[in-house]
Design a protein around this ligand. Structure first.
Ligand code: ZN
Length: 269
């Protein structure tokens, strides 16, 4: 992808990252973009154009690990911003985070080990001057599925969840698989259940670190729940009006759970 270049530097906006945290204004964490990052007293030698906001070019800057927040600002994790910023803003911040991660992990050619260079015509690619290999950012497709059985929805508590939160079954698409195969396989592996009537719901870029979440809805077809204990602590079919703690709003998991529960409520209330 080639991004258009805005010629007036005063129109540029900046997203400022220190590690995986974004600099946010304490007063208005609604949209963390800054007109002049150098006016905040920061220097950086790494910048990438990541998109635009209301006609203004947006770039991301990686600050050094010892960067100290100026008065009135603080560093906040991208994950926690899911709760406070709108979807478009989160998408921009997610892109910025992934571009920084990609640039940092592709400084050398993965084929021959030579230090890479920026693409000569501004494409988002790192190019090897020795063997001409082009390294583009990679995303990892991940399926997530809301499974219903009568007036209930299947939710699982993953071993990795710190809080007593239940979410949907999910997993990475493997080499050679279709999305449909990936859903069937993940559900069978993690819960022992077979599903039918798969429907696509929507998708979300998920920058932890570079996934594309593809959400589906499906119906239980057969099988009792038998959890995969290495990954799942508990899994149950919960009635639509008696749900446990679910993921925070802003995530596609939350969106597909709410949409599915709304459908169940309309059918069974
Ligand atoms: Zn090379």
């Amino acid at each position: 992808m080639t991004l258009s270049v805005v010629t007036q530097p005063e129109l540029k906006l900046w997203l400022l990252f220190r590690g995986h945290e974004l600099l946010v204004s304490v007063e208005s964490s609604a949209f963390p973009l800054y007109p002049h990052y150098d006016a905040l007293g920061f220097v950086s030698d790494e910048q990438h154009v990541v998109g635009e906001h209301e006609g203004r070019q947006v770039s991301v800057v990686r600050l050094t690990e010892d960067a100290v927040e100026p008065e009135g600002y603080h560093f906040q994790s991208l994950r926690s911003l899911l709760l406070s910023i709108d979807a478009d803003s989160f998408s921009l911040a997610a892109t910025a985070s992934q571009v920084l991660e990609w640039a940092n992990s592709h400084r050398f050619c993965c084929r021959c080990g030579t230090p890479t260079q920026p693409h000569p015509r501004g494409e988002r690619a790192r190019v090897c001057p020795a063997c001409a290999y082009h390294q583009y950012p990679r995303i990892h497709p991940c399926v997530i599925v809301a499974i219903t059985k009568d007036d209930t929805i299947l939710l699982a508590r993953a071993q990795r969840f710190v809080r007593p939160m239940y979410s949907l079954l999910a997993g990475f698409v493997e080499v050679g698989e279709t999305l449909e195969h990936a859903v069937m396989r993940e559900v069978a592996e993690e819960s022992g259940v077979q599903v039918k009537n798969l429907r696509y719901f929507g998708s979300q870029s998920w920058p932890f670190p570079n996934n594309l979440m593809l959400a589906f809805q499906a119906e239980w077809a057969s099988g009792e729940i038998v959890i995969q204990e290495e990954e799942i602590m508990d899994a149950q079919f919960f009635r639509f009006d008696a749900l446990p703690e679910i993921p925070p709003s802003g995530s596609i998991a939350s969106q597909v759970i709410h949409a599915t529960v709304t459908e169940l409520a309309a059918s069974y209330r």
